[in-house]
Design a protein around this ligand. Structure first.
Ligand code: MSP
Length: 510
């Protein structure tokens, strides 16, 4: 049986439109999904939308549409962005779908029958005009954070999940599985939260109706996190656990999320699963947040970076590259136009782009575009070839850690080695001496062969660029597996090498 890999993004709220922060999470998952496929894994890559709740209900009301109409509209924007960004997700789940509702209700029933869901009273601060409950912490000077008006302490009937019961089991799990919460620096934050004591969790509401009804008590709808988190298993066919995707792919190998929602994924979610007797995910990885030109991204500051606009201006691959190269995954980062343009001009146009233009132009000039046979091997060649398996090993190791920037640094060192190889072997000088024809041929072969492998390595990050590189060598735009093609010597001498167009045009700095 082939190895499996199940990776998920958070499901995105439909009360916001997609921005660069959302794109970041999904792209990171896409890179890992593509890499795992190239390593022979059977990959299930899930994303989707989180559509229920009071905010959506109200926003829809304000616009004179039904919540589902609003969700349909916004979810399409997410879906089309993922297509444009070349995301290779296997499935797209919406919490308004029947398959999700069935799974969530089943889980609710099961935990309730076990006695870990009970009816109680939920008490919090209520804003009557907004019809919204707020926690003490959310209030601004005691008033509603939305409209600024007075709030009252109110009670509402609610179902509770006995989260307190699972405190010790969760602590034990976190201690026994040091990789469960990543980056490791975040683990302590969660540990101390859990050690302070887990309270039972309110998981239903009666104050709005846009949600999944509580089984056998339809005046309640299931509250957002119990609804949303279950997407990770309902998409695999839960409650059918014996066969199909659930049997093949669960537990998730990694849930990739932003640091703001770590608590829900590292505390709520595992306790729900413990109660339901479902195995826990292997890993939860929380990445950092992007600011924009040094400021928090927000609608009121009008600095929200819109991915479609960026794609139009710079292209898909440069955005994919920039987001994963600029900031170590797990840390916060800043998005600035200057930084983006610098990366495009130096790493993309200069380094990887020039290597291909120079080498393909020389093969056309000196060998009429026919790839020569390698013959004379010198130390400098051996050094170049040896750097390939070393780089691949570094990539494998860093991909496991989701250290995408380190993977890209390793690939760019290999690209640098290719450019250095040209300088050291000085093909233009060899070309002047007819006796060095074989040597020149060897240099040309090695350069192209190196780039055949580089194309495979950059493919998870920049799929279109990899295809362009492969097209220059007449290779199938590929689903090429790294697994089967990483060994040196894959290019057949005699094939035609096309003179490459620049991979990345330089951007003039205004
Ligand atoms: N619906 C919940 C998740 C439920 S998962 C069962 C949610 N949705 S969200 O749309 O608000 O956020 C989705 C993801 O986008 C989160 O991982 C969040 O961290 C990420 N980001 C939102 N703004 C971001 C930045 N400015 N920077 C980086 N990531 C950001 O939360």
């Amino acid at each position: 049986m082939s190895k499996k890999f199940y990776i998920t993004t958070p499901i995105y709220y439909v009360n916001d439109v997609p921005h660069i922060g959302h794109a970041y999470t999904t792209l990171a998952c896409d890179v890992l999904a593509r890499y795992k496929r190239s390593r022979g894994f059977d990959v299930f890559f899930l994303t989707g939308t989180d559509e229920h709740g009071q905010k959506v209900e109200k926003a829809a009301q304000a616009q004179g549409e039904t919540p589902l109409e609003l969700a349909d509209r916004v979810m399409k924007r997410f879906q089309s962005l993922w297509e444009k960004l070349n995301c290779s997700n296997t499935d797209f789940i919406r919490t308004s779908q029947e398959r999700h509702k069935i799974g969530v209700q089943q889980m609710f029933k099961l935990i309730k029958e076990k006695g870990d869901i009970y009816l109680g009273e939920y008490e919090d601060w209520y804003c009557t005009p907004c019809e919204t409950f707020w926690t003490e912490k959310q209030l601004l000077d005691g008033c509603c954070p939305d409209c600024g008006r007075q709030t009252d302490k109110l009670k509402e009937e609610s179902y509770f999940f006995r989260m307190s019961k699972y405190q010790q089991a969760l602590l034990d799990h976190i201690e026994a599985n040091p990789d469960f919460i990543q980056p490791r620096s975040r683990k302590n934050e969660i540990l101390s939260f859990v050690k302070e004591g887990l309270r039972d969790l309110s998981i239903s509401r009666t104050s709005f109706s846009w949600g999944i009804p509580v089984p056998e008590d339809e005046k309640h709808v299931i509250y957002v996190w119990f609804d949303a988190l279950n997407n990770y298993i309902t998409a695999l066919g839960y409650p059918h656990t014996e066969s199909g995707n659930f049997a093949q792919f669960w537990p998730a190998d990694v849930h990739v999320i932003g640091k703001d929602i770590l608590r829900f994924h590292a505390v709520y979610w595992p306790t729900f699963l413990l109660a339901a007797g479902v195995p826990l995910p292997e890993k939860v990885f929380a990445h950092g947040w992007w600011t924009v030109e040094g400021q928090k991204m927000s609608k009121s500051l009008r600095n929200v970076v819109e991915p479609n606009m960026l794609i139009e201006k710079f292209g898909v691959d440069p955005i994919r590259y920039f987001l994963l190269r600029e900031v170590p995954f797990g840390l916060d980062g800043d998005f600035s136009h200057t930084a983006l343009v610098n990366r495009i001009n130096s790493d993309l146009a200069n380094d990887i782009g020039n290597l291909l233009s120079r080498s393909s132009a020389m093969i056309n000039k000196y060998f009429n575009g026919s790839l020569p046979k390698p013959a004379v091997d010198l130390d400098v060649d051996a050094k170049l070839k040896d750097s390939v398996p070393e780089t691949v090993a570094r990539i494998d190791e860093n991909m496991t850690e989701l250290a995408f920037n380190k993977v890209l640094i390793a690939i760019w060192e290999l690209i640098g080695a290719g450019n250095k190889y040209i300088d050291e072997t000085a093909p233009w000088a060899l070309a002047k001496d007819p006796e060095q024809q074989e040597r020149l041929g060897t240099v040309m072969y090695n350069l192209m062969e190196l780039q055949r492998i580089i194309a495979l390595l950059v493919a998870p990050f920049m799929p279109e660029t990899a295809e362009k590189m492969q097209a220059v060598m007449g290779l199938e735009p590929s689903s090429q597996s790294l697994e089967k093609n990483e060994a040196w010597g894959g290019l057949t001498p005699g094939i035609t090498i096309i003179k490459a167009e620049p991979l990345f045009p330089r951007i003039e700095v205004e």
